[in-house]
Design a protein around this ligand. Structure first.
Ligand code: AHR
Length: 629
């Protein structure tokens, strides 16, 4: 039996905003340090609580030397530790940095080395070298005539071979003492070639989604396990080397995935974030701490008589993003190189908060924002689950408070997403809008390290997203979470994009997000599915005004081929094409060894008049684009 999907092009519905399909970034899974922030040296400032974390002593058998961590007369007061290398000769002597599970370098590319040093005795030289995983020397330079007072030295390293796990060696050559601090190595090939910038391939993967918004900096990172570990946005706009170091909560959060070397350098701070949004055309969506630490951890509360400090932080962030250059925080933005505003229009107050304490604090934020920035849309949390008691308590309260957008989250097994494809059909059209701000189907169970980004999860998310799209009058925005994971340093799975030190893998879930975002359209078209008596099919349709195209998304998780007729009311088809995402079984996923197991494939479809016949592949998402007369 052929199924019919009727599209009412004659009854256009809600507008779909440019912001609809966005991204959620958090420094989890080595997403920032060791990921998007392209610094290749871990613990460049020797200021991790164990100052030699990431560094090992290199002492060939004939070498006689000592290596110590010092803190008197440091190069930087923010990072008081530095390294002292004393060599009595015999052979070179020094240290090596392991990077973030290795230092990924590519033959033919150039790497900027910067370090701070002083020579306090003798006349030794400093050798800096890159050695590959198998011990092969990839590049070596020598710094001579070293200064007696702290000085910055720069050099360019050009490795002769590609290596995902090289190490950076710093060796004293000769007799004497050299102090070393803030050792940094960056590829010159960063995003837009910015020195000290972001990893180009990772940003490109984000840009390729054409995201409507970019949420930042999380996630539980916003809250911190205690309040003094909350995300300190103001500290992240200091000169890069003066930004403080903070332990990452994902360092110790999951005992089954410990990451004792996970710290935040804030090299990717709030200025770089706003710039990134601008680069990739995404609206900024910052989330700010609301005076509550993570409620999965201490749940520490800022007392109400101290809440103004938190509110002021939020107001200042708006001024930093949008304020005229004459204002205090707008002036700081201008001094960093961006006098034009970043056009911030919304902000999340708290990440995953709940309970009356949240409402109490949120109320103060709302009042202050309505008075000072009435046009900024405020987003409020409904907690970590999409239907529990915390959620049910919060929704009516948020509605009564008049928040603009409520943030719903869900990490669940695929059936939840298929079953909730109609979740928003009966939502109140007059209440706050919804940001479905964190979601991902979990192949095994939430927070299991065995979760895989498989095709079934991707199709479940796609089915759910047809429901978000059909209800674009209620659902204003949505984002998959988390975004990035380092193959060897992750805490949370599944994730949208997996990286190692040289390459990345786009998951089937990535392609689902991309297919929705790059085929967004701007008006919802009502869709009706005839009952074919078997199997489950999910569909939504939109019109793209500038091309006049009707775009239909159809998700068919079943195991057999299905034939479907698209009946067009109020439009006539002249041409059609499909993009299909499918795979040989529901468990298939992309990997570093097989990155293209599930990728979208294009095909032409015959179309004329008011109906288009489409063959639905088993286990597929199909995007049908119809050119209309
Ligand atoms: O996305 C991972 C985590 O899931 C986020 O930090 C948090 O908001 C949620 O619980």
């Amino acid at each position: 039996m052929t199924r019919t999907i009727t599209i009412h092009a004659d009854k256009p519905g809600a507008a779909i905003s440019h912001e609809m399909w966005g991204l959620f970034f958090e420094d989890i899974n080595f997403g920032a340090d060791g990921g998007l922030y392209a610094e290749l040296v871990k613990n460049r400032c020797f200021s991790f609580p164990k100052p030699m974390t990431g560094w090992e002593k290199i002492s060939p058998s004939k070498a006689r030397g000592e290596c110590s961590v010092m803190n008197h007369e440091p190069f930087s007061a923010v990072h008081p530790h530095f390294l002292r290398l004393t060599s009595q000769g015999g052979d070179v002597f020094g240290v090596a940095n392991e990077g973030f599970r290795g230092i990924g370098v590519k033959a033919g590319e150039a790497y900027d080395l910067t370090l701070r040093l002083r020579c306090t005795s003798g006349t030794p030289a400093l050798r800096v070298a890159l050695y590959g995983e198998n011990g092969l020397l990839l590049e070596q330079i020598k710094l001579e005539k070293l200064p007696s007072a702290w000085e910055e030295r720069k050099a360019v390293l050009r490795p002769t071979a590609t290596d995902a796990k090289s190490k950076l060696y710093i060796l004293v050559d000769g007799v004497g003492t050299i102090d070393i601090d803030l050792v940094s190595l960056f590829p010159q090939n960063t995003w837009k070639g910015r020195p000290g910038g972001l990893r180009a391939d990772m940003v490109q993967a984000l840009a390729d989604i054409k995201p409507g918004f970019l949420r930042f900096p999380g996630g539980c990172i916003v809250e911190g396990s205690e309040l003094d570990k909350r995300y300190p946005w103001k500290a992240t706009i200091a000169p890069v080397l003066e930004r403080p170091l903070l332990i990452n909560r994902w360092n110790y959060e999951f005992l089954h995935r410990p990451a004792p070397d996970y710290y935040q350098s804030f090299g990717l701070g709030f200025y770089e974030y706003f710039l990134l949004c601008e680069d990739i055309g995404a609206a900024p969506l910052p989330i700010i701490n609301c005076g509550m630490a993570c409620q999965f951890n201490s749940g520490e509360l800022a007392p109400m008589n101290e809440i103004d400090r938190y509110v002021q932080d939020a107001l200042d962030l708006v001024e930093f993003a949008n304020g005229p250059v004459e204002t205090e925080w707008g002036g700081k933005r201008a001094a960093m190189g961006h006098p034009a505003p970043f056009n911030l229009t919304m902000m999340g107050i708290g990440n995953e908060q709940w309970g009356p304490q949240y409402i109490e604090r949120l109320t103060v934020f709302l009042k202050a924002f309505r008075a000072k920035y009435p046009k900024i849309r405020l987003i409020a949390s409904t907690g970590p689950e999409p239907a529990d008691e915390r959620f049910k308590y919060l929704w009516p309260k948020l509605s009564a408070l008049g928040v603009d957008i409520v943030d719903e989250h869900c990490y669940a097994r695929p059936p939840w997403f298929f079953e909730n494809a109609h979740r928003f059909d009966n939502y109140d059209r007059k209440g706050p809008k919804v940001l479905f701000g964190e979601y991902a189907a979990q192949s095994e169970k939430p927070v299991s390290p065995n979760n895989v980004n498989d095709l079934e999860c991707a199709l479940a998310e796609a089915a759910f997203m047809t429901g978000l799209e059909r209800n674009a009058d209620v659902v204003a925005m949505a984002a998959y979470a988390p975004l990035f994971a380092h193959r060897e340093a992750w805490q949370w799975s599944p994730d949208l994009i997996w990286v190692d030190n040289l390459s990345l893998v786009r998951t089937p879930n990535y392609y689902v997000q991309q297919l929705f975002s790059t085929n967004r359209g701007d008006v919802v078209l009502p869709t009706k599915l005839s009952d074919a008596g078997d199997g489950r099919v999910f569909a939504s349709a939109v019109r793209e005004t500038k091309s006049g195209d009707v775009i239909v998304k159809i998700v068919h998780p079943g195991e057999t081929v299905e034939f479907t007729t698209i009946a067009l009311n109020g439009a006539s088809a002249v041409l059609a094409s499909t993009i299909v995402l499918s795979g040989e079984n529901l468990a298939v996923h992309n990997s570093f060894e097989e990155p293209n197991a599930v990728v979208p494939r294009h095909a032409a479809v015959t179309a004329s008049g008011n109906s288009v016949d489409v063959r639905l592949e088993p286990r597929s998402m199909t995007v049908l684009r119809i050119k209309t007369a």
